[in-house]
Design a protein. Structure first.
Ligand SMILES: *[C@@H]1O[C@H](CO)[C@@H](O)[C@H](O)[C@H]1NC(C)=O
Ligand SMILES: *[C@@H]1O[C@H](CO)[C@@H](O)[C@H](O)[C@H]1NC(C)=O
Length: 159
């Protein structure tokens, strides 16, 4: 809308259009500043003994208040490729589990979000849990942002 006004402003022929242009100059940078820039962090890689609980931390900050976002957890394939997330949280909605993906990963019934709704906990770890987990945060509202993620390598060792 502000852009449309800018394009239609005939120039500096009258003080009125000059004012329109001035208004655009102020409005456009302001809406640019509303665009969320999300930074996602963890507290490093995790190593646990087999059967122990592994907490994989994830937290994020946003450049502007972010009332609506999605947190998705993936486990990467050995070649680094990414498939469907096994756990998804969308602000103010129930946690969504992908039963098929959880079964493929052998994680059924052993993984859930921690109370912060970004970190996860894996119970009764087994050696096949070893691998790279990805926490991705996708800003939904305000819009215009891009998803950001952090990878955590989990290593399950024998006692
Ligand atoms: C995992 O996080 C939960 C909740 O914060 C905590 O109670 C538990 O002690 C943690 N477990 C490990 C192994 O860090
Ligand atoms: C996790 O492991 C992968 C595969 O071994 C490696 O390429 C990657 O750099 C590691 N990532 C971190 C955060 O240590």
């Amino acid at each position: 809308m502000p852009f449309t006004l800018c394009m239609m402003a005939p120039g500096f022929h009258s003080s009125a259009s000059f004012l329109v242009l001035l208004g655009c100059l102020f409005i456009v940078p302001e809406s640019g500043a509303q665009r969320p820039v999300v930074t996602v962090t963890n507290s490093g890689n995790v190593q646990v003994f087999r059967t122990d609980t592994a907490n994989l931390s994830c937290s994020f900050v946003s450049s502007v208040p972010l009332p609506v976002y999605t947190v998705s957890w993936y486990k990467l394939n050995n070649d680094g490729s990414q498939e469907a997330p096994f756990l998804v949280y969308v602000t103010n909605s129930p946690v969504q589990e992908d039963a098929n993906r959880l079964a493929e990963l052998g994680l059924t019934g052993r993984v859930s979000f921690l109370p912060d709704l970004t970190s996860i906990t894996i119970q009764e770890t087994a050696q096949p849990d070893t691998g790279t987990f990805r926490c991705e945060v996708d800003p939904i509202f305000p819009g215009g942002g891009v998803a950001a993620s952090v990878d955590t390598n989990l290593t399950v060792v024998c006692p």
